[in-house]
Design a binder for this molecule. Structure first.
Ligand code: NAP
Length: 250
């Protein structure tokens, strides 16, 4: 048999094996804890995760806000800023998704729920060691750059206001994860601006810290497609240890 024939047979066999095996791996059900499951974005993440056959534990301080009726879904009361509470909820999870908002009484960035949740997850992860799940956190669009210019540097919001605390809180959350060691984390950041539920195309692009635009110069993606990117990352951990921008395909 010629070398070319042999390599053709081998590559056909490899393609067949990947056709059989890959969908099986992707179809493996995982346990996903979703903090902020009652929120605007969290609700779409829950729907996306359930559609893939995952076991989903939705968490918020007030679980009555979660109305999903699905055999693989359970709603749990929990506080993402409380270590004891988190340690009761996350140990058996494969991944923990944080889609949180909120600020403290002083509206300072350090009080933002995103930062406090990041710090709490890092502590929890350190206690759980190698068995700790990975975290996927939704970031804030103003922590991305457009032509190298950081969104926060163009922000016209007054210090001491909730928006200021929330926007800069996303930045501090990023720095908090970046300063950690041995923690499995990814921040997935949608482009700046209001997100619309939109269509689920299942298509998106990942980048680093620059906002991603398509060929028409548009940067928006739908909340449904953001949810696809987040659940993909929760399943694969492919961008672990980094923050990534998510945007429309080119
Ligand atoms: N373009 C962008 O960059 C962009 C656009 C939209 C959103 N985002 C980001 O995406 C995130 C989610 O946004 P959203 O609009 O979905 O927020 P949202 O609707 O306000 O939902 C926030 C969720 O967080 C939960 N929560 C708040 N504090 C909590 C705590 N201590 N422990 C557990 N759960 C807590 C809330 O439930 P309870 O109150 O019951 O606890 C709720 O389920 C935010 O960080 C936002 O900045 C970014």
């Amino acid at each position: 048999m010629t070398q070319r024939k042999l390599s053709s047979i081998l590559s056909t066999t490899a393609a067949l094996i990947s056709l059989i095996i890959l969908p099986t791996l992707q179809a493996t059900a995982a346990t996903l804890v979703i903090y902020g499951a009652s929120g605007q974005i969290g609700d779409f993440i829950v729907t996306e995760a359930l559609s893939r056959g995952h076991e989903v534990i939705g968490v918020s301080r007030n679980p009555d806000g979660m109305t999903t009726d699905h055999p693989n879904f359970s709603a749990v009361a929990g506080d993402a800023t409380n270590l004891d509470s988190m340690l009761e909820i996350i140990p058996d999870a494969d991944a923990v998704i944080f889609s949180l908002s909120g600020v403290g009484p002083g509206n300072t960035p350090a009080e933002a729920t995103t930062v406090r949740a990041a710090a709490t997850f890092i502590q929890a992860s350190n206690q759980l060691g190698d068995a700790a799940p990975r975290a996927v956190q939704v970031g804030g669009g103003t922590t991305l750059r457009i032509n190298g210019v950081l969104g926060l540097d163009n922000l016209d919001v007054e210090e001491g206001t909730p928006r200021h605390g929330q926007y800069y809180g996303h930045w501090l959350a990023l720095e908090t994860y970046q300063a950690s060691t041995g923690v499995k984390w990814t921040i997935i950041t949608p482009p700046p601006g209001i997100m619309e539920p939109g269509e689920r195309t299942g298509e998106y692009r990942l980048g680093d810290e620059e906002v991603l635009f398509n060929a028409e110069g548009e940067m928006a993606i739908s909340t449904r497609d953001l949810a696809v990117a987040i659940v993909d990352e929760a399943e694969s951990g492919q961008s672990m240890g980094t923050r990534v921008a998510v945007g429309p395909p080119y």
